[in-house]
Design a protein around this ligand. Structure first.
Ligand code: 6GU
Length: 265
């Protein structure tokens, strides 16, 4: 898999040399290049921004340096003739990035990230780029960052770790938060008693059936408390009697494979 990132702050992407993603690059599991947008400017001042038509606060990124960089990158794309690389445009105005989008993007052969700064990139760039890219504005969530770089660090890590071989133990991909639509259960390690606090007995019992049940219950409790929005979209049609009882205790009834808040809760 190949990643290209275009930014006016290429140094911002330095953490991608480290840790799991850095190691994956060294091992050739993924290729990643960072490009300085200013190297695609033609003027003496290497200008990348200008004032917005129609007025308003801040500056807008000029279209031409983007066209130059994206043309170069598309020309060197590893994708097969007749298919297009994906252009991710980090923006608080994009579709929300989540684990299922991470899985979807991990299937792509070539992802290009266009990091905007200031008030954003001239909209015509996104229209123009659709000739040679699948263009997807993507947001990390409902808050505003100063630019796309931090969002790219998050997305490359979330996507990169799903590439086979990047995470040493593939089991850890299966059990983690969000992969089953629920938050992860709490974890504990030695010592079993620490500062007057004991690890739940069942985890020391060696009874794997009981442990699995206990953990699923904690997942449900934690998700209902912290992320009730996830309970609303959960498929509970294959839930056991015990799991449905936990949901009931948390104030939900099971109707047509969905958990719905009970009137009386
Ligand atoms: Cl992807 N970009 C920016 N600039 N701000 C954000 C964001 C992205 N996601 C949330 N806020």
């Amino acid at each position: 898999m190949r990643f290209d990132v275009v930014s006016i702050f290429p140094e911002y992407l330095a953490p991608l040399d480290l840790s799991l993603i850095g190691k994956a690059r060294t091992e050739g599991l993924l290729e990643l290049a960072v490009h300085d947008l200013r190297s695609y400017t033609q003027d003496r001042h290497r200008t990348v921004d200008d004032t917005p038509y129609g007025g308003g606060a801040g500056m807008v990124m000029k279209p031409e340096p983007w066209a130059q960089s994206l043309t170069d990158i598309a020309a060197a794309s590893p994708v097969a003739e007749g298919s297009r690389p994906t252009l991710i445009v980090p923006s608080p105005a994009g579709e929300v990035f989540n684990q299922s989008l991470a899985y979807e993007l991990a299937e792509e052969e070539h992802l290009v990230f266009a990091c905007g700064r200031y008030e954003g990139i001239d909209e015509r760039v996104l229209e123009w780029a659709a000739d040679s890219y699948i263009v997807r504005p993507v947001s990390l969530g409902d808050y505003v960052l100063n630019g796309g770089e931090v969002a790219v660090l998050a997305m490359v890590e979330a996507i990169g770790r799903l590439i086979p071989g990047v995470v040493g133990n593939p089991e850890s991909l299966i059990e983690e938060s969000h992969s089953d639509g629920l938050l992860e259960y709490p974890v504990y390690t030695k010592p079993s008693s620490w500062r007057e606090r004991d690890v739940p007995d069942v985890l020391l019992s060696g009874n794997h059936g009981k442990i699995a049940k206990f953990r699923k219950e904690l997942q449900l409790r934690r998700t209902a408390q912290r992320r009730p929005d996830l309970i609303d979209i959960l498929d509970v049609s294959n839930f056991s009697k015990t799991e449905k009882n936990v949901l009931w205790e948390l104030g939900y009834a099971v109707v047509n494979g969905r958990a719905v808040r009970r009137e009386d809760s």
